[in-house]
Design a protein around this ligand. Structure first.
Ligand code: AMP
Ligand code: FE
Ligand code: FE
Ligand code: ZN
Length: 282
């Protein structure tokens, strides 16, 4: 029975509490799920407890935002790392702080032209959430400026928009090393999702593999059939495993739990490699 290895709760930019994501995964008939909030592990405890009562497996995870030297956005999934390992923890804390001041600056810029305030953004995020453009998008929806998150992302929130402000994020090769150092298993999230912007070339991909990248998320709605084939071939060539996931964000995105899944055998490989934390089984 399959697993969904990439989901978000309101600890980052999903719209539901971690326990609700776990209950939804159980209702969808999944054997288990990984909670992979952006740059945060704050949802692990609640998800763990709910998984035990819902009778499904839980894999603690996280999605680390990275920027390459040339400014390409890379998302690295980390499974089963030690959340207290100082190297990785230090980097995600630095990112989170930078995201907060960056979001405030974006809202200051937007407030010159649109009826939004920082308070409205906070109303759309849970306490201590990893604040990102999705929360600003939600405030813009409430203000009647755009219809939904997607409309905000394709207009005033794109990196080419005058309202956009960048933020600090670790280098992807360094992030692979830090995940391994923390006892975790690094998997490249949606590596060819060109709908999100520029994607990495072979050189950086190779560097990440040389640093210890363990898997690639090939089966994802932001990949074309051709992208998936390319990634399956690359995985075979370099001995990486392949995952499939929904990248569920609750009501924040159309992605549905279990729309792509990962087989037990791959979950077993992840578990074998990890030393930072454990899979929770009912
Ligand atoms: P940020 O990290 O703050 O720059 O924002 C990127 C986040 O926005 C990612 O975590 C995505 O999940 C989310 N995102 C990107 N594109 C869209 C979209 N079209 N609709 C909703 N959320 C999106
Ligand atoms: Fe997200
Ligand atoms: Fe992502
Ligand atoms: Zn994600």
């Amino acid at each position: 029975m399959p697993f969904d290895l990439h989901t978000h709760s309101h600890v980052s930019d999903g719209t539901e509490p971690p326990a609700a994501v776990v209950r939804a995964a159980a209702s969808a008939g999944l054997t288990g799920l990984a909670l992979t909030d952006h740059d945060s592990t704050a949802g692990w405890k609640e998800a763990h407890e709910q998984a035990l009562s819902s009778g499904i497996s839980f894999i603690p995870g996280m999605e680390v935002s990275c920027f390459s030297e040339t400014g390409i956005s890379v998302h690295l999934l980390s499974y089963l790392h030690d959340p207290h390992a100082p190297g990785l923890y230090g980097e995600i804390e630095r990112s989170r702080q930078s995201r907060l001041s960056r979001a405030q600056r974006m809202v200051e810029r937007l407030a010159g032209d649109y009826p939004i305030t920082w308070e409205m953004v906070l109303e759309h995020s849970s306490p201590n959430a990893t604040i990102g453009r999705p929360h600003i998008a939600d405030a813009l929806v409430t203000a009647g400026v755009v219809d939904d998150r997607s409309a905000a992302f394709s207009s005033i929130l794109t990196p080419r928009s005058p309202y956009y402000v960048g933020h600090y994020a670790p280098d992807p090769v360094e992030a692979v090393r830090l995940v391994i150092e923390a006892g975790g298993v690094p998997v490249f999230a949606h590596p060819m999702a060109s709908v999100r912007g520029r994607v990495v070339g072979v050189d950086l991909f190779r560097e990440m593999i040389d640093a210890g990248l363990a898997g690639v998320e090939a089966d994802h709605r932001d990949h074309s059939e051709e992208d998936r084939r390319t990634l399956w071939d690359l995985a075979r060539e370099h001995g990486l495993f392949v995952t499939g996931s929904s990248d569920y964000h609750g009501a924040g995105k159309p992605n549905r739990l279990g729309e792509y899944t990962t087989p037990d055998a791959v979950v077993a490989q992840i578990e074998e490699r990890a030393t930072g934390s454990a899979v929770i089984r009912p």
